[in-house]
Design a protein around this ligand. Sequence first.
Ligand code: BF8
Ligand code: SF4
Length: 631
Amino acid sequence: MKTLENMTTIEQMEEMTAKLKEQAVKVGAETYEDRVKAQTPHCKFGEDGVCCKNCSMGPCRVTPKGQRGICGADAHAIAARNYARMIAAGTASHSDHAREILHILHSTKKDGPYQVRDEAKLLRLAAEWGVKSEGRDIYDVAHEVAEVGLMEFGKPFGKMLFPKRAPKERQECWEKQDLWPRAIDREIATILHMTHMGNTADPEALIRQGIRTGLSNGWGGSMIGTEITDILFGTPVERTSEGNLGTLEKEMVNLVVHGHDPAFSEMVVTATELKELQDHAKKVGAKGINVLGLCCTANEVAMRHGVRMVGNFLQQENVILTGVCDMMCVDVQCIFPALPKLAACFHTKFVTSSPIARIPGATHVEFHPETALEQAKEIVKMAIDNFKNRDEGKIYIPEHKQPAVVGYPCEQIITKLDGVTNSHIDELGSYRPAVDAIKAGVIRGAVGIVGCNNPKVRPDFSHFAIMEELLKNDILIVATGCAAQLATKAGLLNKEAKWACGDGLRRVCDLVDIPPILHMGACVDISRILLLVAGISRDWGVNMNQLPIVGCAPEWMSEKAVSIANYVIGSGIDVYLGIQPQVMGSSEMAGWITEGTRKITGAGFIINTDPKELVKSIVDGIEAKRAAIGI
Ligand code: BF8
Ligand code: SF4
């Protein structure tokens, strides 16, 4: 069995980053560390959420001498409005990504650039959404399913469909509390309307609308994104990959796909496999094309193709600093606008592809579904032709990389559990073996660790410290997003990482043949975690808010993360945060997000910026949930 010595420590990762920083200094390039210094200390009003610029009488800041804005809004109203707007923006981002994917489904055709890969999943969804499939061409079914999905964004009447997938108790809570989302765009617009000058000043109303909008993401936009992506590109299965900067290859053309929307990256990956382009790479003196993923795109392409994962959010500049990134091509979200300028200090070609993320200094190749493959080929060729432009004097490739096993959507988890006890009771399968292990105490509970990096804390350190302690305490981890990437880089995403577990969890991992951290995908795939918890609740007969299962975002930074946190508490699952939400200038809001929501949904936030204390509260929280249900 491998041991601690086989993993990559945070200190080793930091050493690697320090060496790459020397590369930056050598070429006179600025990195995020420089900008953090220039921005420190942060504006206290902004940090506390008590600066309002929702109209041009302002900006108004809450100070001891000015307790209210010009219109009379106090700290509670201002902080609540700012917070709600973060949820709206996060929901819009995840959901607009899903809308694009639905348009791709609508464009599919036999022999077209995009086709239906998982017909069974499409047919299940068609049945769920009342779309007839018998005797029909699969593409007619696909197009009608896409239309139903697109109506979820703006239908004028009724309410959203996927929340019906939740257990009965949750649905009743949403009905009773008036939290059942109506349509995605409508909930976002309602927040923008409520927070316009002269509207809602009541924090509770904004908290409630924030949760409803979050739910339109988790049980709406994100879930649609995940389902339709599986239908288009295949539902992931367990497969091997590798991660960290050591996956860059000196002798090969390194092409990095960065962002979130798999419609783009899937096509680029497909193009790199074409013989004509492989031959072209050899012609320019490379051994081949090394395609790598960054941020959530890495999770998407690793889950479906085993494409290697070069890094997470705060590693995006490091990739260019190695001097061997021949191209970085991006779609949407979490892309530093600093990248084109940095790329210009090296030979790296930086390509944007979406009208949603236009960045000065980039080469823009706007991506269209009809011509997707031709465009992807053009991009790959551009990367290959850039191979010769590397500057030997600017190259440093860190050696660290770790093997990983990825690809655990709910379907794969059920298949794995089935291998142990053959508990497949119906078409959907069963989580009963997992329930039994939790009931027996062999596993104490489970935690979904998700989210970003944030330079407000030591990058990746909190993820690692929390994961290490949970595994030791026999708590199973599922991970997505940049948290999953840290697990990859550290070497915790492989089956040999059992050394990190307590005896009980180690036995379960052996029996089920899984790593102790299950990679469930990108951030939109947190919808898979919702379905996992809903399935466990169904098979156990225990409500979602009573299960010893919680969420944790130790290093979150984005508006998407705020939306996610709200749909998770909306689903009755506690969320442990390692970064303070920007509302603490309002005592009322601090109370609402930690305690107030418990009366509405049965869950709330627990916030602690010290990872050691945060993980202790997670373990205590799980044990308290166990005790409350008598196990
Ligand atoms: O959606 S975890 S830094 S890459 S926001 Fe971004 Fe955060 Fe990473 Fe993916 Ni999610
Ligand atoms: Fe100031 Fe009120 Fe305008 Fe906000 S909405 S900027 S608090 S006057």
